[in-house]
Design a protein around this ligand. Sequence first.
Ligand SMILES: [Zn+2]
Length: 183
Amino acid sequence: MEKTRTKVVLLQGQKVELVRRLFKEDVPEGVIVRPNPRVITHYHTYGGISRFFEGLAQGKLMGTYCSTINCEHRIWLPPRAHCPDCWEPMHWVEIPAAGAKVYTHSTTNYPGEGFELSVPCPLISVEIPGVCTKFMSYLSEFGEGEPYIGMPIKPAFRTENPTYSILDVSWVPAETLLPSGST
Ligand SMILES: [Zn+2]
């Protein structure tokens, strides 16, 4: 016996086009199509790294370090609530981003579903002096030929209407100070 397949069906017009696109075939004649919208809000906690997101909203990069002697006080960003090496609770520290550079980069031109930024979007790993991790983020301002490896950058924070998500921080080119007297 031939198996009957359950198919999601939608409304006429635009929605029919959507079905064609999703299922790569026409909606059969006589099939009833109705919309069934859902809105889902997912609440989750940042738990022990909440202070990191609070910091972004205040224009600060907050990392954590382990004070255990063998862990060499290395700073982690994004922070870990507990040390990945010895599992002890970590301590908070504000990270000065002076000297931050692009460690590596990749530009998104064709984003997938749910991508929240405009394109082209240069995704970057950020190298910050004193920080043992490379911080993943994006450049929100860039010119031709940017980003490039080693490019000096500084953080830009969304302190007005923060989203309390990782999108509250992005990076922009850092002004390179010319030696006085140079033209
Ligand atoms: Zn440790």
